[in-house]
Design a protein around this ligand. Structure first.
Ligand code: PSU
Ligand code: MN
Length: 307
């Protein structure tokens, strides 16, 4: 068993020591959220996008039992091409004991980023409260992870396959702040808006960095420090056609119910069903919104590092 809870790559360790901006990237979007071979292209693309902006990428995954913050090229290939489990926070110890590999969800990535001292994280869409959660209790650990770790996640809202209203209510209860990035409408992943409005709108990376610094300056009384949700809508001209979106979504929810998909298989099932049922259109939108999140996260990390 490893004697360290996680391993930092040399590149990420050097960046953190030097105060160079770093952005965490999750691996479940690569292993379970995007189809091969576009997933490997995407994983490499997100890293290249950050490097081009002078930001060090920290892609996070568990390889052979060891949580890694920052992967080498081989590690990036492994998360894209190996069949690995999808790991939340609770799975980390089991993986360590078995020496097994897994992609990390937003929850597990948030925790590992926090342990490493990475303050900004880019994902595609945050997990949340599933429809029917009142009876299934299916609520992503992404929400509780953000209540307990000081990491800002840049997300295109949550997928419309979730119960968006309930997700926002839970974030309120959990005291996780949510700000709209140049919007007052909470985005719904493939669409730039949803029916839900936000209290706070920010206009610039500097404004987000100021919120992070204010969080850092808050009294530390032993209570877990919360993160921040930066809701960053897909650009309007790149969003999915709303009519097609509604049609395919309804079909996907019916298919998931018919196939009796449950628990952590629900999100990957819906995403892959929707890619097929939309003839790949949803995939292009998914990649576009993820790139947009990586870009904004890089800008926020840069503003935050410029202290
Ligand atoms: N949203 C996406 N693509 C994804 C995910 C969410 O558009 O791949 C992944 C993220 O890793 C997120 C996880 O943390 O799904 C949530 O899974 P669950 O609903 O089982 O908690
Ligand atoms: Mn779940």
């Amino acid at each position: 068993m490893p004697d360290q809870p996680f391993l930092l790559s040399d590149e990420v360790a050097d960046a953190l020591a030097a105060g160079t901006p770093v952005v965490a990237l999750e691996s479940t979007i690569i292993s379970h959220g995007l189809p091969r071979p576009r997933n490997l292209e995407a994983a490499r693309g997100f890293e290249a996008q950050l490097r081009d902006a002078g930001v060090v990428p920290a892609t996070i995954a568990v390889l052979d039992g060891v949580p890694r913050v920052g992967l080498d090229a081989r590690g990036v290939e492994r998360i894209a091409n190996e069949d690995m489990a999808k790991a939340s926070i609770r799975d980390l110890a089991v993986l360590a004991a078995r020496g097994a590999s897994a992609a990390t969800t937003v929850a597990a990535t948030t925790r590992l980023a926090a342990l490493a001292g990475v303050r900004v994280f880019a994902t595609g869409g945050l997990g949340g409260v599933h429809r029917g959660a009142a009876t299934t209790f299916d609520e992503s650990a992404d929400l509780t992870a953000l209540a307990q770790h000081p990491v800002a996640v840049v997300t295109a809202g949550v997928k419309s396959v979730l119960d968006i209203g309930a997700t926002l209510e839970r974030l309120e209860t959990l005291s996780v702040p949510v700000v709209g990035y140049r919007t007052t409408a909470f985005p719904s992943f493939w669409l730039a808006a949803s029916a839900f409005d936000l209290d706070w709108r920010v206009e610039s990376p500097e404004e987000v960095a100021a919120i992070l610094r204010a969080q850092d300056a808050a009294p530390q009384d032993g209570r877990p420090r919360p993160g921040l949700v930066v809701a960053n809508p897909v650009p309007l001209d790149l969003q999915w056609d709303p009519v097609e979106h509604d049609r395919v979504l309804a079909e996907a929810l019916r298919a998931a119910a018919a196939a009796k998909v449950r628990g952590k298989a629900v999100t990957p099932f819906l995403l892959s069903f929707i890619v097929t049922a939309s003839d790949g259109v949803s995939l292009e939108v998914n990649l576009a919104l993820a790139r947009n999140n990586v870009r904004v996260a890089g800008e926020i990390a840069t503003a935050y590092a410029a202290r």
